[in-house]
Design a protein around this ligand. Structure first.
Ligand SMILES: O=C(CO)COP(=O)(O)O
Length: 140
């Protein structure tokens, strides 16, 4: 499963604690993150993460591109709803693409916990099965 982890500055501590608490689940998957979020999680947990640009420099858009190409399965995005972000249009675009492509998106810690437990239970395995079937179909 390809999982994107993103957190606004005031939620960085939360995502570090989240990734530490769920490290044993997360490390079984391919992890992606915006620049600073990824750096903080890597430093705290030692898990390996593909880091995109920092959010304000285009990281949200890079994750959006993965979604558009069907290469991201889940987005865990701890947003700060109380602080204006300079790259608000990029954030809206990322969430919009999750809706366009039916990508499970959590925008706060409570939702992220539910999603990570769903991943562990296998609730989202249908995504990988569908991708494998599509690849098989292309070969035939
Ligand atoms: O701004 C962000 C998401 O919109 C997060 O970016 P960073 O992880 O680089 O701080």
């Amino acid at each position: 499963m390809n999982i994107a982890l993103i957190a606004h500055d005031k939620k960085k501590e939360d995502i570090v604690q989240f990734a530490t608490a769920y490290k044993s689940i997360l490390e079984k998957h391919r992890l992606f993150a915006t620049g600073t979020t990824g750096k903080r999680i890597e430093e705290a947990t030692g898990v390996s993460i593909h880091r995109f640009q920092s959010g304000p420099l285009g990281g949200d858009q890079q994750i959006g591109a993965y979604i558009a190409q069907d290469e991201m399965d889940v987005v865990l995005f701890l947003r700060d709803p109380l602080t204006a972000q300079p790259h608000e249009p990029d954030i809206s675009a990322l969430m919009r693409l999750c809706d366009v492509h039916q990508i499970p998106l959590a925008t706060n810690l409570a939702g992220a916990e539910i999603l990570v437990q769903a991943i562990e239970r296998g609730d989202l395995n249908w995504r990988e099965n569908r991708q494998e079937n599509e690849q098989q179909g292309r070969k035939e």
